[in-house]
Design a protein around this ligand. Structure first.
Ligand SMILES: C[S@@+](CC[C@H](N)C(=O)[O-])C[C@H]1O[C@@H](n2cnc3c(N)ncnc32)[C@H](O)[C@@H]1O
Length: 345
């Protein structure tokens, strides 16, 4: 082993130690939005460290990046995911009293579900202190009855039988042991309580989404080098930063799912009334290139007409996916899968 190897191993161990302090409930849980090169290197061998660094890094700009809002548009979107998988008789008995969100990010799913009348109050949790800070801030700004906690979904820091509802959006694919996490979900639910996880990538959907996004990135970066397109070019440092973030993104995305495998895990975890549904087929084929293109050009360059085209296009294609393609295309070919289940009474 060379001395350079030794130095980087020590730095990686230090970085990992610092982050395991952050995960420990007793330690200072301040966000760390400016990871050092050593910490990023350590994160290559530690997926939970990668989650914290990547999501702390993104927390303050996450809502803008993903066009997340807490108005009617996203309230309807969140409620639509809930209604798509939960039986009608449950929808007629809302709201649930106490809800928990795992991997809350900035609070997109639970805060909008509370506003949509699905639950009265909630706890937002995430492995990333930066995300918990933003989610709690967003919830308070909306005047909602919420609290926040840094928490690993593989060891949920709440008592058994605490919540009426547990939700998550785009989180299961980040968790190393999904079945362990679902077992934890069942543990903290009250008997008869329900969980719902939406926005998880299917194996087939992830394949075409990644390739389309990659192709868009390469084509746009090459096109911006053409003469006359200088004003569309992002500074090289920003593109490099995007590429570094994208490198961590590969590490934090751990799984894709076959709907049947996800159902099996939930059943093994002790849930009953388990069901999956999937959505976004052609909508994802538009959505991923659009989002990638938006992140490649300077912020604010595309304007309102573009935003209208992107959202309108996505909405129209989603309608076709739900009403036409759903009849002919297998469940596992859609981009997103969601799952629900109940803790036995
Ligand atoms: C793709 S983001 C989704 C955020 C939010 N749910 C949304 O849909 O906008 C995934 C989130 O899961 C969190 N996460 C990753 N691994 C986790 C774990 N083991 N326990 C809890 N949260 C985790 C990340 O920190 C991140 O905020």
């Amino acid at each position: 082993m060379t001395s350079t190897d030794q130095t980087s191993e020590v730095a990686a161990a230090d970085a990992a130690a610092q982050v395991s302090d952050v995960v420990s409930p007793a330690a200072d849980q301040a966000p760390n939005p400016h990871a050092t090169a050593e910490q990023v290197e350590a994160a290559r061998h530690d997926t939970k460290l990668a989650q914290i660094l990547y999501h702390d890094w993104e927390a303050e700009s996450y809502d803008d990046k993903w066009s997340i809002s807490y108005d009617q548009r996203c309230i309807d979107y969140a409620r639509g995911r809930f209604d798509a998988i939960v039986p009608d008789e449950v929808q007629r008995q809302l709201p649930y009293d106490r809800a928990l969100e795992l991997g809350c990010g900035t609070g997109f799913f639970l805060l909008n579900l509370i506003q949509a009348g699905v639950a009265r109050r909630g706890s937002v949790t995430d492995l990333s202190p930066g995300m918990v800070k933003v989610a709690t801030r967003n919830g308070k700004a909306l005047g909602l009855d919420i609290d926040g906690r840094v928490a690993d979904a593989e060891g949920i820091p709440y008592e058994d039988n605490t919540f009426d509802l547990v939700v998550g959006h785009a989180v299961l694919h980040h968790i190393p042991d999904v079945e362990l996490s679902l077992r934890e979900v069942v543990r903290v639910l009250k008997p008869g309580g329900r969980f719902i996880f939406a926005g998880e990538p299917t194996t087939v959907g992830n394949f075409y989404a990644r390739h389309l996004a990659d192709l868009t990135w390469k084509t746009t970066v090459a096109a911006m080098k053409l003469p006359g397109l200088e004003s569309w070019r992002r500074p090289q440092e920003e593109l490099d930063e995007n590429s570094r973030a994208a490198a961590l993104e590969w590490i934090v995305d751990l799984h894709t799912f076959e709907p049947a495998d996800l159902e099996r895990m939930a059943t093994n975890a002790g849930a009953v009334e388990v069901a999956t549904a999937s959505e976004e087929f052609t909508a994802a084929m538009l959505g991923w290139p659009v989002r990638t293109f938006e992140s490649t050009v300077p912020p604010g360059k595309l304007g309102f007409k573009w935003a209208k085209f992107a959202f309108g296009g996505w909405t129209t294609l989603s309608w076709f996916d739900a009403n036409v393609w759903r009849r002919v295309v297998p469940k596992g070919w859609f981009y997103n899968v969601m799952i629900t289940g109940v803790k036995p009474s």
